[in-house]
Every structure is written in C-alpha cells, then in structure tokens.
Design a protein around this ligand. Structure first.
Ligand SMILES: C[S@@+](CC[C@H](N)C(=O)[O-])C[C@H]1O[C@@H](n2cnc3c(N)ncnc32)[C@H](O)[C@@H]1O
Length: 353
C-alpha cells in the first residue's frame, strides 16, 4: 500500500507536477488559476494536470505506467472511478502545500466533505512541530494538519468524524510515505482516544466554523452552530485533559465583532484565566454579515437544503437580523494560539497593520 502510493507522487513529480504547482501562490487553492495554465501545457504533464487538478477524465494508456498502476487503489479509497479504459477523479483534486500531497475538495460556499482551504494552509503556517513531538489533529478532514506535522517528523493522531473522509486521510498519509508516523481514528473529537494516553505536545483543530441556524444538536459535520463556535467550545473544554504541560494548541475560528469589539473576548479571556493558559487571538480576513453577504448566503443555502420550499429572501433577512441582534457588524477569520504553562490574553489585529 505505502509503496504504490509514494510511487504515484514520485511519478507525478518526475513529470513536473510539483514544479507546475510551485508556480502558483502558496496560500491559494483556486482551481480557476490552474485551469487557465493547464491548457498551455503539452505532453503527459497536460494529461496529468487535467486529470489530477481539474478532474478531467483520462485514458489509462495516456497516463504514465506508475500513475495508471495506482488507479485501483484510488478507486478502492473512493477518490476515482473507471469506465472502460477511462478513469476520472470523484469530487477531489490533488493539492500540494507545505510539501504534502493531498486529495481533497477545494472550498466552496456549499458544504464539502473532504475539506481543504486557505485557512488550512494559514493554520499550518503558524505551527512549528518539533521532531518526535506528539500531535493530535482534531477535525482532521483529509488530513492536512496531521500530515504537515508528520512531515516535520512529529507523530500524529488524526481524528475525523466521517468514516469516508477518514479513509481519504489514510490514503493521503500513504501517498506521502507518512503512514508509519500517523494514526487515523474515526469519531467525535476526543472520544476515540483511550483515557490513559499520554498527553499531546500539540493539539491542532481546524474546526467547522460556518454559523448555522439549524436546531442545536442537528448541525452537520460541516456546520459550526449558531455562533460558529459549537465545536470550538468542545475542543477547548477537553484541552486541559489532553494537552501536555508546556504544550500548545492551535484552532481556527470565525469570530464576530461589533465595531472593534470582539463579541467572544470575555468568554475566551475567562476560559484562559480559569485554566491558566496564554491565549493569542489573531484576527485576519474580514467578512460582511449583511443579507447579501457570502456568510449569510451560506447559512441560507443550508436552510434551503432542509426546507427547499422556504423563501430565500425571507431567510436572508432572518439570518442577517440574527447577526444584527447579536450586535455583530462583521466576522473575522481568526486563529487561536494557546500555550500551557503561562497565562494571559492578547489579540493581534492583522487588518490594523
Ligand atoms: C474545516 S474541515 C478541516 C480539515 C483539515 N483539518 C484542514 O485543516 O484542512 C473540518 C473537519 O472536521 C470534521 N468534524 C466536524 N465535527 C467533528 C467532530 N465532532 N469530531 C471530529 N471531526 C469533526 C468535518 O467532517 C471536517 O472534515
């Protein structure tokens, strides 16, 4: 299993796919920019890039033998299908960031199952893993955070709620030759971990943070509950039991502001004080919360999934009013850094620079 998978990426690298991808901005997961350049390629690299990046079908005979030989594995893991002599990826593309190859879906306004986005890359950029350290990747998705850690010689435990997504994380680990340094568990946050396990030097969680108006407890794994922090709160709750003394934790979050004031500041400050942690909240990209905003429209599309007869305009107003009632004037994509062994609370506003 491991051999065939690393052979696949080695073959792709030899054909120039890593070189091709390195020409694009490091934080981008934009398929549109790939599409514009793929058609300027020629020879096998054009076929490979069309197949792995853009999801185009390809005749097996036109793929390099090591790539064609990997197809049964890709089908077994649910990321490719084959009809006759033609194969095609299903839903996913092949990404590469921080030196890690990853089958995943690009972000979209609609819910995706095998998530990978600019926030995934931005979160990984914030963390230095020490060789041999123990890392817990909660909300692992197709595995990016845990695999970046393992690539840096850490030992990573990845936990993902959805079994088919966890399987893709297993495939991605093998693809990068990192199966020996990773274990992938299926389940809800800390639940699959045995109680006597040693604590972790790093806990990393790119949580689902899109706010949703569905009944509490009925959120899908891609939804973050009414204020977007339902899963985040549960990660924080469990942290004291699982984070080693002097360990660090890193979370993403979508946090709301009323003007300059962070609505969750008091809650986060109180949590850090109660547990004696130092918490740094980095506020980055800004998102609008008005009726036509992407954020509101995403929540509306979720509600329409549940009730296709509902009036989209009325729902947009309802969701935007909910944000307005909470006092929110905008949302900020945020990163939380938590250090054990010291205490304090700080905010870094990147937009203010
Ligand atoms: C935003 S994606 C993060 C993917 C990946 N860690 C990254 O940074 O690119 C969140 C993932 O968390 C999973 N998830 C949601 N709730 C979970 C829970 N309670 N326990 C474990 N995983 C969960 C979702 O299925 C989804 O794959």
């Amino acid at each position: 299993m491991t051999a065939i998978s690393t052979q696949l990426v080695t073959a792709l690298e030899r054909q120039g796919l890593a070189e091709f991808l390195a020409g694009f901005s490091g934080d981008s997961v934009d398929l549109g920019q790939w599409a514009r350049q793929v058609d300027r390629l020629d020879g096998p690299l054009r076929t490979i890039a069309g197949f792995f990046l853009l999801g185009r079908p390809a005749k097996l005979a036109r793929l390099p033998p090591a790539v064609a030989a990997a197809m049964p594995r890709l089908r077994e893991y649910g990321v490719a299908v084959q009809q006759g002599d033609e194969a095609q990826l299903v839903d996913v593309s092949l990404f590469r960031a921080h030196g890690v190859w990853l089958f995943a879906e690009p972000p979209s306004l609609f819910q995706v199952r095998h998530y990978f986005g600019p926030d995934s890359i931005a979160l990984a950029r914030r963390i230095s893993y020490r060789p041999g350290s123990r890392v817990l990747d909660l909300c692992a998705g197709p595995g990016f955070q845990g695999l970046v850690a393992a690539q840096q010689h850490a030992r990573a435990t990845l936990v993902e709620l959805l079994p088919d997504v966890a399987r893709v994380a297993v495939l991605n680990a093998a693809l990068n030759g990192l199966a020996e340094r990773t274990e992938v568990l299926t389940g809800d946050l800390y639940d699959p971990l045995a109680s006597g396990r040693d604590p972790y030097d790093h806990v990393v969680a790119n949580i689902p943070f899109l706010p949703t108006l569905t009944e509490p407890g009925t959120e899908t794994p891609q939804q973050g509950g009414e204020d977007g922090f339902t899963v985040g709160r549960r990660v924080l709750e469990g942290l004291p039991h699982r984070l080693a003394p002097h360990g660090t934790a890193h979370l993403t979050a979508l946090l709301f502001q009323a003007g300059q004031e962070l609505l969750m500041a008091e809650e986060l400050r109180a949590w850090a004080r109660a547990h004696g942690y130092a918490l740094i909240v980095s506020l980055t990209d800004e998102m609008a919360v008005g009726p036509r905003s992407d954020l509101v429209q995403t929540a509306v599309s979720d509600l329409l999934d549940a009730d296709p007869e509902a009036d989209p305009d009325a729902l947009s107003t309802e969701v935007a009013d909910m944000f307005a009632r909470s006092g929110a004037t905008r949302a900020r994509l945020s990163y939380l850094r938590i250090d054990r062994g010291v205490s304090g609370f700080r905010m870094l506003d990147h937009a203010a620079r």
